[in-house]
Write a protein that binds this ligand. Structure first.
Ligand code: FE2
Length: 375
């Protein structure tokens, strides 16, 4: 058996209505909380008011920071930490998708450590952070159970990672009612992020027997639920919330590989949603690996009940097409003239490419991008 270390630090409170447990769980961890969320959805949906009420009824003092943008910048994290510091917050609560959760993690780290983000990114590990409670409202990142926070250095157009066990939320509230008003598009895009996490974690060189368990179960559930979930089926959305959390547990150990490393360019240079970028690239990376005869991919397919690797990839493509994921990078506004820049950018994400199961040469990456450009 492959030797492994498995990280699992989060108390998961899962089920419809579990939001009502938030107050009690938060009160165990602190009495002055910074509630971190995005600019629109939380307030528009009424969930922000609901959360503030739940927390105040449990005796917490609540400061709201609702300035998190998609792909949160370092500036936003500094701003949130300032707000939390001014109000002497000792607990950070995240309400939202990966952006809100990752910003909250960065803020929790700054508030506890007083350090600078720029000097703390991976491969360094952060050693302290305020306790974090995560309340996901999408079915994608699994950030509610991971020790990662992905932040954007806007000036350098780079995704940076804060990494460390203290960033793992102490509590994750998985309440699928919060997904009721998620759009078809965001359900599909965040779902493809989760599917990429599952497949990439399984293929990663750092996969372990336990991360495989989570990765395969996540992929099985997502492939069976994503189309219905995008159409709005409540049960399928709950399945997706559960599966995205499982996929989070898988990447918490195994990390992600070339799909993520290649997708960052699309987000940083074209504003493409992170999950959409992965949804477009995943089948192309997998087809390339099928041609190279990657046995782990065949293995995954058989374990998931498919005849072979090709039928697994076709099933992923079918789900992408049925949920409105773009078929080509050109459709997303990427120009063939960007090819060399895309390759160079992808290769700079060594933390992803080094974990890829087969070495990828610049030519390999180029070939995959070329195919993805045309769909
Ligand atoms: Fe991701």
């Amino acid at each position: 058996m492959r030797p492994f270390t498995f990280h699992l630090h989060t108390k998961i409170v899962f089920g419809r209505g579990s939001l009502n447990r938030l107050g009690g769980e938060a009160a165990r961890l602190g009495d002055r909380c910074l509630l971190v969320t995005g600019r629109g959805f939380a307030r528009r949906s009424g969930y922000l008011n609901t959360l503030v009420k739940i927390l105040e009824e449990s005796g917490l003092n609540v400061t709201v920071f609702d300035q998190v943008e998609p792909n949160p910048s370092l500036e936003t994290v500094y701003k949130g930490a300032e707000e939390g510091g001014r109000n002497r917050c000792n607990l950070v609560i995240a309400l939202g998708g990966g952006s809100a959760m990752d910003a909250a993690k960065g803020i929790a780290f700054l508030l506890k450590s007083g350090a600078r983000l720029e000097e703390s990114f991976a491969p360094n590990e952060v050693s302290e952070a305020l306790p974090i409670v995560a309340v996901p409202t999408t079915c994608g990142t699994g950030s509610e159970v991971t020790r990662y926070a992905v932040l954007t250095n806007v000036g350098r157009r780079r995704k940076e990672v804060l990494l460390g066990t203290p960033l793992t939320p102490s509590v994750a509230i998985g309440d699928a009612d919060l997904l009721n008003s998620l759009s078809k598009q965001l359900t599909a895009y965040t779902g493809f992020d989760a599917l990429s996490h599952a497949v990439e974690a399984f293929l990663s060189k750092e996969s372990t027997p336990l991360s495989d368990l989570f990765a395969l179960e996540a992929a099985r559930i997502i492939l069976g639920s994503i189309v219905e979930a995008a159409e709005g089926a409540a049960e399928a959305r709950e399945n997706m919330l559960y599966a995205s959390m499982l996929a989070g547990m898988a990447i918490n150990c195994a990390g992600t590989v070339a799909v993520h490393g290649m997708g960052y360019y699309l987000t940083n240079y074209h504003g493409v949603h992170h999950g959409l970028a992965n949804g477009v690239l995943l089948p192309h990376v997998l087809r390339f690996e099928l041609e190279r005869g990657l046995s782990r991919l065949e293995d995954a397919a058989v374990k998931l009940g498919f005849e072979n690797g090709l039928s697994l990839v076709e099933s992923i493509e079918g789900a992408a097409h049925r949920t409105g994921v773009a078929r080509s990078l050109v459709e997303l506004g990427v120009k063939p003239s960007e090819l060399d820049a895309m390759v160079a950018d992808a290769l700079s994400y060594a933390r992803n490419l080094d974990k890829h199961p087969n070495p990828l040469t610049p030519n390999d990456v180029k070939k995959i991008f070329e195919r993805a450009l045309g769909g």
